[in-house]
Ligand binder design. Structure first.
Ligand SMILES: [Zn+2]
Length: 289
């Protein structure tokens, strides 16, 4: 289902990351990141310089809407995290956060353009549809890390992975349904799948984690377990130069998937996201969608 978060109103204050999520990046920080990225891209190849031109023109009232732009990324994340947090907090069901790190999707530095987000999303969607989780409402974003190793002869690699929010079911059923798709843990991927029930008191933090615009260099990729997230630092300029044009090409919608949701829209064109169960179906019919 396509739902354009960029064209929704701001979330209510209690679900607005800039107002209710401590540590959410400020507009000033995003602006400064944008200037840094633009000067980096200006020194790059022709494609990188073209992207610099697009992002450098981004301003209040005339945003560039590039998924590589830190300011537009912040705006997108406020709506994405805010609307999903509101929906999940008001839903009676329990939700789970699931990190999936496919061991067979790794790319050498300089080779991330071989990664296809649409194929990646398709694969995860099919794995869900073939399992007992087929009826679950699911939203996930594709995240990236550069993984480094302690052994000096092992080169760093790009690791696309997924942070998925899932309605209903249980830790056991999620593992039972997905474990065999993600192989046994190995030295590069000690925890290919990790899941925990979401504490709805922290829902904004969880939903803001499900779609990120800043990525890290990490020695381990496990996502939700922050205690094991200690060895991380921001991407270096060479990584930013590689991933920025790809983020721009994929767009925001290329990096997330909603499944089991529906939307309603009112006469002014304002759209609202719902979970596609029987009640929401009724709402949808009642509102003429
Ligand atoms: Zn922008």
């Amino acid at each position: 289902m396509r739902f354009d978060f960029s064209h929704t109103p701001k979330p209510p204050p209690e679900f607005h990351p800039a107002q209710s999520l401590g540590g959410f990046e400020t507009l000033e920080k995003a602006e400064s990141d944008r200037r840094t990225l633009v000067s980096l891209l200006h020194g790059g190849n022709a494609a990188q310089q073209r992207l610099a031109e697009i992002i450098s023109r981004c301003q209040r009232g005339a945003r560039c809407h590039s998924a590589a732009c830190p300011v537009c990324g912040r705006q997108f994340r406020m709506r994405f995290a805010g609307h999903l947090a509101e929906l999940i907090a008001n839903d009676d069901a329990d939700w789970w956060a699931v990190t999936l790190v496919p061991p067979d999707r790794t790319y050498p530095l300089g080779g991330l353009r071989q990664f296809s987000p649409s194929q990646f999303k398709d694969r995860i969607r099919k794995q869900l549809e073939r399992s007992v989780l087929a009826d679950a409402a699911v939203v996930f974003g594709i995240d990236f890390a550069v993984q480094i190793f302690s052994q000096p002869n092992k080169a760093p690699i790009w690791r696309p992975h997924v942070y998925k929010l899932m309605r209903g079911h249980s830790t056991e059923s999620i593992h039972a349904a997905l474990d065999h798709y993600y192989y046994p843990p190995g030295p590069r991927t000690p925890r290919p799948i990790h899941c925990r029930m979401i504490d709805k008191k922290t829902i904004l933090r969880v939903t803001s984690y499900a779609f990120k615009c800043k990525f890290n260099i990490r020695s381990q990729i496990c996502g939700v377990d922050r205690n094991r997230d200690t060895h991380k630092r921001p991407l270096e300029p060479i990584h930013l130069l590689e991933i920025a044009p790809l983020l721009h090409q994929w767009g925001f919608s290329g990096r997330y998937l909603l499944r089991g949701f529906c939307r309603t829209s009112d006469t002014s064109g304002k759209t609202t996201l719902h979970i596609d169960d029987g009640i929401s179906e009724f709402v949808r019919i009642a509102s003429g969608q």
